[in-house]
Design a protein around this ligand. Structure first.
Ligand SMILES: Nc1ncnc2c1ncn2[C@@H]1O[C@H](COP(=O)(O)OP(=O)(O)OP(=O)(O)O)[C@@H](O)[C@H]1O
Length: 258
């Protein structure tokens, strides 16, 4: 969890003064964001502050109207190595009525890997391993529509993990997830961090993931207003009794940002 990037190793994610609009209205007004290899960064902020839009500019589904984006040192427009990135969208976008089994959904996470060649044994092994990692192997043949919200979330995470990505991007992975699934997600994330993956995740509160977070980046109205170790992590600067120094830290500690 060394957050200091080596000079020769490009950041997994770099946004510089990123600007973006939603529905014709400016939403990001100049975001600077870096995720180093192996680093775990949480994006926090009130509803509408631009967290999801920031994630979407990183993966390219919302275009920048200004500023720059690099993935693994490559300008966003030229980046093609999508197998290096696992993405877990906000669950509402992938839920209801999908007529697919758990195994089929997770298998789509291998598409970038084998470039339209038929699935082979190692793909099947990878799918089973990802399902086992999130405790869903025994549900592999079930329809995703029959699962609880927390179980669906585990399936989406298995899909993102099945390609062993170097960068895992997750939008509110804990939202609407039961406690048992939250624990599975925290354990899964810890395993990814231990194998060296970088992680960028949107969170409403740090909650059970707090011990895994290297940096918390707080957004407000499309701007970064705080970027540093999460309060209470033991990494933060400052002195005991410095209560007045930074009320954003207090917001992060409380994890209540709305
Ligand atoms: N597809 C869209 N069309 C129009 N406006 C949008 C769209 N998506 C987001 N917005 C607006 O952009 C702003 C930022 O939204 P964004 O989803 O990035 O915020 P957020 O910080 O992720 O909040 P939340 O916690 O509610 O998801 C909000 O005002 C939102 O209403």
């Amino acid at each position: 969890m060394d957050s200091a990037p080596h000079d020769s190793t490009p950041a997994a994610v770099r946004l510089r003064c990123a600007q973006a609009a939603q529905g014709g209205r400016p939403v990001l007004r100049g975001i600077d964001l870096t995720v180093a290899p192996g680093e775990v960064v949480a994006l926090l902020g009130a509803n509408g502050s631009g967290k999801s839009t920031t994630i979407k500019t990183v993966i390219g589904s919302v275009p920048l109207t200004g500023g720059e984006r690099e993935l693994f040192g490559v300008p966003g427009q030229r980046f093609r190595d999508w197998h290096r990135i696992g993405y877990v969208p906000q669950r509402t976008t992938a839920a209801g009525g999908v007529p697919a089994t758990v195994r089929e959904v997770v298998a789509t996470g291998r598409l970038a890997q084998h470039r339209l060649l038929p699935f082979r044994r190692k793909d099947r092994v990878a799918v089973d391993a990802a399902l086992a990692a999130v405790g869903m192997l025994e549900r592999a043949g079930d329809g995703v529509a029959d699962l609880s919200g927390g179980q669906q979330q585990r399936v989406l995470i298995a899909r993102a993990l099945v390609g062993a990505p170097e960068l895992l991007i997750m939008d509110e992975p804990m939202a609407g997830v039961d406690l048992a699934s939250q624990q599975v997600l925290a354990d899964t994330l810890r395993e990814q961090v231990e194998r060296g993956a970088a992680v960028l995740l949107v969170l409403h509160e740090l909650g059970p993931l707090a011990p895994l977070i290297d940096r918390a980046v707080l957004l407000r109205d499309g701007l970064v207003v705080q970027d540093g170790p999460p309060a209470g992590s033991g990494h933060e600067h400052g002195h005991d009794g410095d209560h007045h120094q930074d009320h954003h830290h207090t917001e992060i500690r409380q994890g209540l940002l709305t």
